[in-house]
Design a protein around this ligand. Structure first.
Ligand code: FAD
Length: 392
């Protein structure tokens, strides 16, 4: 048989032909940024469990990815597909980097952009788009993760002000944030508040000893009689639909993002298998290896087709939350399976930070859990299929 020129896993699917020129150009710019600025540093950041968050935010702002799919207020106003592709490239670097961008753009900025007053938008969005102000999004509490409706954080109105008390848990960017979007119970149901983190009574101790998302800041938020003016409430959000609308935006980015981690693992494993000689021939030349590579390529390609389809639906304003659940469930589940399988191809070398496999696999444990666990998305889909809720 004539020799075949090897092709990358996504090239086999010709997914490039489904992406327009402008979106490709944005994607390529983000890819270069990740190659130049992130890849040389990420293993050290991961090992030390610390990132230069403020510098990174400024660089990401200059790159134009913070709130990139939002219109106005200094945001780039790109297509949703371009935003997804940017998430993919960022997560090919590290899920922690994509998390920083997702929380800033899809959670904190989107909450203000969608539900905020004109004054809140003017005050925060341009600085957040530039990376001069970092935001976090406080919904989860220690006892209320999958069921945020039960939250105990409370905001009471007091002589025209709001006074917030409670504790949030597992909050990305918390300790480095300039503002926190905090969700709390009020007499009018759940409301959102824009909390400058220098307000007296607010603190955000960092959570340490993580084995996943080590190149990302994760924190507790403590609100001890935090007094805010009446203007701090997000006027457009009443009830749980407010935070859920933001989560839906961030989950959409994960549909693409997880594929970036998977692609990076698969490309690494293919390159390694071609170099590594075992029993006198390259590991890539064994059927056992090729079966693994073929199966993983199928899942990566199918995930990409799904992501691009959902991107088109979002750009057409037709994407439903249940469809985002389909994408998040499938693509994160397959990405983590790919990361683990690729690790086997590298043998012992796969457990080190010399290669990205174990780092991606460990990161994807968090991605599987946040923004709705896999089980939560299965139940969302199950409810849509049967009309019956299995949540309680
Ligand atoms: C690194 C990291 C960063 C995060 N960043 C943020 C952030 O920025 N902001 C924020 O607000 N939150 C954040 N989170 C929190 C995240 O959203 C929650 O961890 C997630 O919602 C799950 O909640 P939990 O951990 O309390 O798990 P639980 O809700 O206790 O779930 C435990 C298990 O029970 C299952 N389960 C839950 N309900 C049901 C049911 N009805 N039936 C059957 N099984 C069920 C779950 O699927 C899971 O397997 C972050 C988490 C991590 C790990």
């Amino acid at each position: 048989m004539a020799p075949v020129t090897p092709r990358g896993p996504l090239a086999l699917f010709q997914t490039e032909s489904l992406i327009d020129e402008e979106d490709r150009a944005i994607r390529d710019t983000v890819r270069r940024f990740v190659e130049d600025k992130i890849r040389p540093e990420i293993a050290d950041w991961y090992e030390s469990g610390s990132i230069p968050a403020s510098e990174l935010a400024l660089e990401l702002g200059a790159l134009g990815v913070l709130g990139m799919h939002l219109e106005g207020y200094g945001c780039a106003g790109t297509s949703a597909t371009a935003y997804g592709l940017a998430c993919l490239e960022l997560e090919a670097g590290d899920s922690g980097l994509r998390s920083l961008v997702s929380v800033q753009g899809s959670l904190a900025m989107f909450a203000i952009w969608q539900h905020g007053s004109e004054e809140q938008k003017q005050e925060w969005l341009p600085r957040m788009a530039a990376g001069e102000a970092i935001g976090c999004f406080g919904l989860t509490e220690a006892d209320f993760g999958s069921n945020p409706a039960g939250m105990r954080t409370r905001a009471r109105s007091d002589g025209g002000d709001w006074v917030l008390n409670g504790t949030k848990m597992w909050i990305t960017n918390g300790s480095v944030a300039d503002l926190a979007v905090v969700w709390a119970q009020t007499d009018q149901g759940i409301r959102g508040f824009v909390v400058p983190t220098n307000t007296p009574g607010f603190s955000a101790p960092e959570i340490k000893k993580k084995m996943s998302l080590r190149a990302s800041v994760t924190s507790e938020l403590v609100l001890d009689n935090v007094r805010l003016p009446a203007s701090a409430v997000l006027p457009g959000a009443a009830g749980l639909s407010g935070p859920l609308s933001c989560l839906n935006e961030a989950r959409y980015g994960i549909v693409f993002g997880a594929l970036g981690a998977a692609r990076d693992c698969l490309e690494t494993a293919i390159a390694y298998a071609q170099e590594r000689e075992i029993f006198d021939k390259p590991l890539a030349a064994y059927q056992a290896t090729q079966l693994k590579l073929a199966d993983m390529t199928l899942e990566l390609g199918k995930g990409m087709l799904l992501a691009l389809h959902l991107g088109r639906l979002k750009d057409a304003g037709q994407l439903e939350p249940t469809q985002v659940s389909l994408g998040k469930l499938n693509n994160v589940r397959e990405a983590i399976a790919i990361a683990r399988e690729c690790r086997t191809i590298l043998g012992a070398a796969g457990i080190t930070l010399e290669y990205p496999l174990m780092r991606h696999a460990n990161n994807l444990e968090s991605v599987l859990t946040y923004e709705g666990t896999s089980e939560v998305h299965q139940m969302v889909i199950g409810q849509s299929l049967t009309g019956l809720s299995a949540f309680r």
